[in-house]
Design a binder for this molecule. Structure first.
Ligand SMILES: [Zn+2]
Length: 141
């Protein structure tokens, strides 16, 4: 999935477990969190993002790169309908589908990749690169 910064950082580092998406998905399972090339500049000053420890100098604050791996566990669409509401917490926004992420693992360093606005299938080479990076980091820790 592609997410604009600083939201991709908040997922990778800041404990953001809900991603607000325009569309639902039937997909459940592992996904790569990709920081898209566009940045949500207004959000960089929001209290939520500051509380998440937003640091533009952090390598995972980059754009156009994979920053984390997560599991898409569930999607809540209750707040996406008119006058709908739900209990998805401070990261959830009205008018969006709430993609609930678990088992978030930030990458040791970002991997440059092209993304798309919708949910996309990463190339096996990219998945391989992510897995190798985690395996190497585990060996060195
Ligand atoms: Zn919700």
């Amino acid at each position: 999935m592609s997410v604009q910064q600083p939201w991709a950082f908040a997922i990778a580092r800041g404990g953001k477990t809900v991603s607000n998406q325009a569309l639902p998905t039937a997909y459940r399972g592992p996904l790569l969190v990709h920081a898209s090339l566009r940045v949500d500049l207004k959000a960089c000053d929001s209290p939520l993002i500051r509380a998440a420890g937003w640091d533009p100098r952090d390598p995972l604050a980059t754009i156009g790169a994979i920053t984390a791996v997560a599991e898409l566990e569930d999607v809540c669409s209750a707040a996406a309908v008119r006058d709908g509401s739900c209990d998805c917490g401070p990261w959830s926004e009205r008018g969006f589908h709430h993609w609930h992420l678990t088992a978030v693992r930030p990458l040791p360093r970002p991997i440059v990749a092209l993304g798309r606005t919708d949910l996309w299938q990463p190339h096996p080479t990219l998945v391989n690169e992510v897995e190798t990076m985690f395996a190497t980091a585990a060996l060195n820790s």
